[in-house]
Ligand binder design. Structure first.
Ligand SMILES: Cc1cc2nc3c(=O)[nH]c(=O)nc-3n(C[C@H](O)[C@H](O)[C@H](O)COP(=O)(O)O)c2cc1C
Length: 266
């Protein structure tokens, strides 16, 4: 990114003006200090030719005509005006209102079409940028917005304990960049098993392995949340040791004394 000078030939070392030395060069240095690859000020007369040849991407101009004369020479029909720094994307054609030819059916819509296309493109890019932006909500901070939706992995052991294979899978996903993993259905009650080898959380003796899982994800700066689940009438007697499934109308009471955890917690 190069910055043009204000005065002819960028002031010619102060002979034609000193805004370059006093204002522009220090500002460029400040911005460089923020890690933005920019240099200048340079004489504007040669700058645009280099940009046109593709030697760099952006010219920062000091005033309207300095930038628009070269742009309109090469892309009168395709130039697009875009305002940056707004909370939304704003583009417009790079020419004026052309009232003199309004309603005559002779106006060229190319620049307007380009403006709309640029807006659509930029909106997509902004959406993608947001996908990788951190987000905080309800007391949870995520490093990005990529979420692994709740997916039953069939990787718990037959008793519902987390296995190394499940830990490895969630580690892989976290290393791959996923910001939040939601586990597959974790049973809150033995009668809620609708699938084999789902993880369980209905008893304290599951805690240690669940902690191994969360620790492994946290060590990789990931976030993991558990999906609590009861299969209800989707369960099968074959998965329940022959017992009949219990749906919402069967009056299951998970806080009965029988279902307290080992240390008495309900
Ligand atoms: C193999 C598999 C297992 C799934 N397990 C669960 C689950 O345990 N809990 C749940 O709410 N959804 C589960 N789902 C549904 C997913 O969370 C998700 O809603 C679904 O796959 C649709 O999203 P997609 O279009 O991104 O795949 C599962 C989906 C698949 C393919």
């Amino acid at each position: 990114m190069l910055v043009a000078g204000l005065n002819p030939h960028s002031g010619e070392a102060g002979i034609f003006g000193n805004e370059e030395k006093l204002e522009i060069a220090p500002a460029v240095e400040d911005v460089r200090g923020m890690g933005i690859p920019v240099s200048g000020p340079y004489p504007a007369d040669a700058l645009f030719h280099k940009a046109y040849k593709g030697e760099f991407d952006i010219v920062v101009c000091m005033y309207h005509d300095q930038g628009l004369i070269p742009l309109k020479m090469i892309a009168f029909d395709k130039g697009v005006n875009m305002t940056v720094g707004l909370p939304f994307v704003r583009t417009s054609p790079d020419h004026g209102t052309a009232y003199d030819i309004a309603w005559k059916g002779i106006a060229d819509p190319s620049s307007l079409i380009e403006a709309i296309k640029t807006r659509c493109l930029t909106r997509r890019q902004i959406t993608i940028m947001k996908l990788f932006d951190p987000i905080s909500f309800a007391g949870v901070s995520l490093k990005n917005r990529m979420v692994r939706s709740a997916t039953y992995e069939k990787r718990a052991d037959v008793d519902g304990f987390v296995t190394d294979s499940l830990i490895d899978l969630y580690k892989d996903l976290t290393q791959g960049g996923v910001g939040l993993i939601i586990t597959g259905n974790a049973l809150v009650h033995p009668s809620g098993r609708s699938v084999p080898q789902a993880i369980c959380i209905h008893n304290d003796h599951y805690i240690d392995r669940l902690r191994d899982l969360t620790d492994a994800v946290h060590r990789l700066s990931g976030t993991i949340s558990i999906q609590l689940s009861h299969g209800g009438r989707q369960c099968f007697p074959s998965l329940l040791g022959g017992a009949q499934p219990m749906g919402a109308f069967c009056g299951i009471r998970p806080f009965d004394k029988d279902h307290s955890t080992g240390n008495g917690r309900r």
